[in-house]
Write a protein that binds this ligand. Structure first.
Ligand SMILES: [Zn+2]
Length: 240
């Protein structure tokens, strides 16, 4: 029986580490997804900045064209001034030119404002593009690192599963069934060490007679409290 229980302990170690690897494996795609989201957010912000810049450039061009048109009109009005006959007409034309010039200088200021805004947006865009580049690099690096780690996990997993199959073929079927059923309702731990008179699964004391039986290892002994299979591990030889 001792040999069988030793194998159960090994089986349980394998089961636990297989579970651990699988859990870790599941976290990896989540991590990648998180990084991808971060990257997409940065891409969106950069894109918005680029659009804003494009709009500003468009509005600058539009305003400049209007201004050029106005300048053209002012020039025409000034030419016309030469052919004006009466003083009244002359004064009116002068006033018209003055108003047009004033409105033009307002437009000029407006354009200067847009140019300043363009400058700010350009600088912002450059910063965001740099950030995006960094995040992209991080993403690619981490993605390939994770893929590499995942490969390692797959290898470990298949090795452990192979060892488990070998063990399984040597373990008594009835014992295995018991192990599986205890494992299912005892959070994955079916075999526990009996140490210093206590069950290491539930930490309660084991009656002396039962404790002796565990030490003998001839029969299957269950903890009376948590129902797990108890096993005895001879103390390690003292270190010299
Ligand atoms: Zn117990």
């Amino acid at each position: 029986m001792r040999k069988q229980i030793d194998m159960l302990v090994k089986l349980q170690d394998l089961d636990l580490s297989i579970g651990e690897i699988e859990k870790t494996k599941e976290r990896y795609p989540q991590r990648i997804e998180m990084l991808r989201k971060k990257l997409e957010e940065k891409q969106e912000i950069t894109e918005l900045n680029r659009e804003k810049l494009g709009d500003l450039e468009k509005s600058r061009l539009k305003k400049e064209r209007i201004m050029e048109h106005d300048i053209d009109n002012i020039r025409k009005s000034e030419e016309k001034l030469l052919s004006v006959k009466t003083n009244k007409e002359y004064q009116a034309a002068l006033k018209e030119i003055a108003i047009a010039k004033e409105s033009n200088s307002e437009k000029e200021e407006g354009i200067l404002g847009i140019l300043e805004e363009i400058d700010i947006q350009k600088r912002g865009l450059k910063e965001k593009e740099e950030e995006l580049k960094t995040v992209l690099k991080e993403f690619e690096k981490e993605k390939s690192e994770l893929a590499e780690k995942l490969k390692g996990f797959e290898k470990q997993l298949s090795e452990k599963i192979k060892s488990k199959e070998i063990l399984f073929s040597k373990i008594d079927t009835e014992l295995f069934k018991k192990y599986e059923s205890i494992k299912n309702y005892r959070q994955g731990i079916a075999v526990v060490q009996a140490k210093d008179g206590f069950c290491q699964g539930c930490n309660l004391g084991i009656p002396p007679q039962l404790y002796n039986e565990v030490q003998k290892g001839t029969d299957l002994v269950f903890c009376q409290n948590c129902s797990r299979i108890l096993y005895w591990k001879a103390n390690d030889a003292p270190k010299s």
